[in-house]
Design a protein around this ligand. Structure first.
Ligand code: GLN
Length: 490
């Protein structure tokens, strides 16, 4: 039997190419694990065995014909359920889109599948990606494979849990303020937000269009590089995707960090609320970088401390505008006893959206309303500019920066459910990167009481290659086994 808890995407492709096993058998192994673990984890909103079987048949036909295999041949892949894929519903884990059938493919998903991946299903998320725990889903919470009583993080918690449990080898999430990296940290997976514009957002339901970016969850940095290569690059359908050349992100991953300038963002490490074990683990990682030959020093990014406040104006402002389209007419849930069109809009939306979505819409419309626009939205944009400038300054002296990914390890389900402000704090280290458009990757750097700790490595704009090289050096040095106990049993 193929043990998907230990195989990387690279291993799977090689195994298929070397005829150790077929893509069909890989798909079977993935669904056997899903049968065993999904009832406890609930990572998926929808499973797609027929789509996976079709994709596997294509790969096995290539093998039979002796043809070259695409880079992600036969790799089980899970997709966050805010990305369209024909043949699936795209629900955003919202009642308002519960029956919405995708009418076209999200570019990043299409590219992942063209690269040979097998789509196993659509993953649970916080409704419309609002949240840090996947508890804000209309379809139930996802459980962390490391401890089923804890959250997997969010909003891409289903995508993170699917990979952590070995139900998929790679997955796609979206990250507006940390929704890939924070669940990556909480589930012990590798989780990357590329530079804004590196990956097309076409077909990913918009949360905040100036912040959203699609990226991978994987077990290894090399796999993250492979997935990024598959999905990156200009797309005619997204004007914010860039023509910047896409290098081979796997090349040079083993070149090490000798002479690389690594900045520890000291003012972030001194932040109140950061768990002491996480701070210690990040300091230890910094020491490992130094031992590996990097030049490690402290750096400050002072304006980053305003990131959270600026984000909770800009994010909801853009969300309130993007969510206006869910009006019961063009999309989604519609009440059937409307007295007039206004009644139809209002009650369809009130019934369809969950409480966090309504909170975001209210925050956003308030911040954008006449009389408040300059005081809130205008100020937040100014803070955003300062954050961009402070990062640019830091990158004149450093090649990569490091911070914790999350201020705490996975918390108990329900622990923050009634306290949105403490939930918002989960992304204090990740949000500044979205505001500045910078790439960041979270990788496991240790355990605290049996739960994973994530380190965030930040790169320059469009320099994911250096960021991934640094992360790969640390990954090789630490050589952690990040298989959750649950995944080992299956
Ligand atoms: N947790 C943050 C929020 O709730 C980030 C979400 C995201 O990146 N999609 O907005």
């Amino acid at each position: 039997m193929i043990d998907l808890s230990v195989l990387s995407a690279t291993d799977i492709r090689e195994g298929i190419a070397g005829k150790e096993f077929s893509a069909h058998e890989v798909a079977e192994a993935a669904f056997a694990r899903i049968d065993a673990l999904e009832p406890e984890v609930h990572a998926f909103n929808q499973l797609t065995p027929e789509l996976a079987a079709k994709a596997a048949a294509r790969i096995d036909a290539l093998v039979a014909a002796g043809e070259q295999l695409p880079p992600l041949a036969g790799v089980p892949a899970a997709i966050k359920d805010n990305m369209n894929l024909v043949g699936t519903r795209t629900t955003c884990s919202s009642k308002i889109l519960a029956n919405y059938e995708s009418v076209y493919d999200c570019t990043a998903v299409r590219r992942l599948l063209d690269a040979g991946a097998l789509p196993v299903g659509k993953c649970n998320l916080d409704e419309f990606a609002f949240g840090s725990s996947t508890e804000n889903s209309a379809f139930g919470v996802t459980h962390n494979p490391w401890d089923l009583e804890r959250v997997p993080g969010g909003s891409s918690g289903g995508s993170a849990a699917a990979v952590a449990a070995g139900m998929a080898t790679v997955s796609l999430g979206s990250d507006t303020g940390g929704s890939i990296r924070q669940p990556g940290a909480l589930t012990g997976t590798v989780a990357m937000k590329p530079t804004y514009g590196r990956v097309s957002r076409y077909g990913c339901v918009a949360f905040a269009s100036s912040l959203d970016q699609i990226g991978p969850f994987t077990h290894t940095i090399r796999d993250a590089a492979l997935v990024l290569n598959a999905i990156a690059g200009k797309d005619e359908m997204d004007a914010t995707s860039v023509t910047e050349p896409v290098p081979d992100f796997s090349a040079g991953l083993e070149d090490g960090v000798k002479g690389l300038r690594v900045g520890i963002v000291r003012d972030m490490l001194e932040l109140e609320g950061l768990a002491p074990e996480i701070k210690a683990s990040v300091e230890a990682a910094a020491a490992r970088f130094a031992a590996l030959g990097a030049e490690v020093d402290d750096v400050d990014v002072p304006a980053a401390r305003h990131g959270l406040a600026a984000y909770y104006i800009i994010g909801p402002a853009e969300a309130s505008s993007n969510l206006a389209r869910f009006d019961g007419i063009r999309y989604g849930h519609r009440i059937d006893d409307a007295s007039d069109v206004l009644d139809l809009y209002m009650r369809s939306r009130a019934e369809g959206f969950g409480p966090e979505s309504i909170r975001r819409i209210m925050l956003g419309t308030y911040a954008l309303s006449a009389g408040y626009y300059d005081a809130y939205y205008g100020q937040a944009q100014k803070a955003r500019t300062l954050i961009i400038e402070d990062f640019a300054k830091a990158f004149t002296d450093y090649d990569v920066l490091i911070t914790p990914t999350s201020p705490e390890v996975a918390f108990k389900i329900g622990a923050k459910a009634t306290d949105p402000l403490s939930m918002y704090l989960s992304d204090v280290f990740t949000i500044p990167l979205n505001l500045a458009g910078l790439p960041g990757v979270s990788l496991p750097c240790g355990l605290s009481e049996g739960l994973p700790i994530g380190l965030q490595v930040i790169g320059r704009h469009f320099d994911e290659a250096t960021m991934l090289r640094a992360a790969a050096a640390l990954e090789a040095d630490l050589a952690l086994d990040m298989t959750p106990p649950l995944a080992r049993q299956a």
